[in-house]
Ligand binder design. Structure first.
Ligand code: SD4
Length: 324
């Protein structure tokens, strides 16, 4: 027979067990002390971007400034057909840009479907810092940029993107291609000397998308997510699949639960692999860094790489592991 005393004993015991379980699942503690700065970013173009970001970090600057400066390098390069105004247009011939940025305090800004402005990442930062909003899109975003000193770039497409588009028009077949020219959206994550984490992401989106389409890259939690207590993550590849699982947020939550950055990225990729869509020919990759400065990436298929610059690693490209 259960006496009142044994009942109380068991209740107290199970409550204690429950609280142990709860706290061990939630707890993530990182040692205090001097942090070593690091910057990581997606694809081959990450090398040049990291170099610019590192100038900021090496001088003791903020991770937020580093991730903005870094990806501006990629946006500046008109030969790049997946980031900035040199990007492949949508099916109607418009180059529309998406970007977002997030700092160590959880501030974030995003711009979607922006045309004729060279640095969407800086527009995203300005939205974060100067408006009560997180996201501005299209005409409104462009007006905001122009009102704040950005200039209108008058050309519609670079000669290379124009040529590619006209070639595409012959068949007009939309098909997201894995590892498009082996360079793609740039996502960047950095930790500064103070141990603060920030991230940025900027893209011209999937080539030949429908006019008006927005992918994962400017969506906080999908293309990018930062939690200063845990780490940061960013994504590249077919955005629809990343949005479906709130990709970068998922990666950060997996790190919070105790997984390494690579394991966390792998878990997100495995979830995507169960997509209801036909994703056999698509590429999706995640990149992550935790509060310790440990980093890792994982992709659906072969070909995803990322650039790493820290005090120990001299800006080199690393191949991500992959599922298929
Ligand atoms: C998008 N994620 O617009 C971006 C494009 C990209 O590899 O990263 N492609 O869906």
């Amino acid at each position: 027979m259960t006496t009142r005393r044994t009942f109380l004993k068991w209740t107290a015991l199970s409550a204690a067990l429950l609280s142990v379980k709860k706290s061990s699942a939630r707890k993530i503690s990182f040692p205090a002390g001097e942090t070593k700065p690091i910057v990581i970013s997606t694809w081959r173009h990450g090398i040049e971007a990291n170099a610019d970001a590192w100038k900021v970090l090496a001088e003791g600057g903020r991770a937020l400034d580093a991730v903005e400066k870094g990806v501006m390098n990629t946006e500046n390069d008109l030969r790049n057909q997946s980031v900035g105004l040199g990007g492949i247009p949508d099916r109607d011939g418009h180059v529309t840009l998406d970007a977002c940025i997030m700092d160590e305090k959880g501030n974030c800004g995003s711009v979607c479907f922006l045309e004729h402005i060279k640095h969407p990442i800086s527009v995203a930062r300005l939205i974060m810092e100067k408006t009560p909003h997180v996201i501005l899109v299209g005409e409104g975003a462009q007006k905001f940029a122009l009102d704040n000193g950005f200039t209108l770039e008058k050309f519609d497409r670079t000669p290379e993107s124009d040529k590619a588009w006209k070639e595409w028009l012959k068949k007009s077949e939309y098909k997201p291609v894995a590892n498009f020219e082996n360079h793609d959206t740039i996502g960047m994550l950095a930790i500064d000397k103070a141990g603060n984490i920030s991230g940025s992401c900027t893209t011209s989106g999937m080539g030949y998308k429908m006019h008006g389409r927005v992918g994962d890259s400017p969506i906080i939690g999908a293309g990018l997510f930062v939690d200063n207590e845990v780490g940061g993550a960013c994504a590249t590849g077919t955005g629809e699949e990343v949005i479906r699982i709130c990709g970068s947020h998922t990666v950060v939550e997996m790190m919070r639960a105790g997984h390494s950055p690579e394991e966390a990225c792998k878990i997100a990729v495995e979830r995507i692999s169960k997509s209801p869509k036909n994703i056999k020919e698509m590429q999706i990759g995640f990149l992550a860094v935790n509060k310790h400065g440990e980093f890792g990436g994982y992709a659906l298929q072969k070909g995803f790489n990322y650039a790493v610059q820290s005090q120990e690693i001299d800006n080199q490209l690393q191949d991500a592991k992959y599922l298929w």
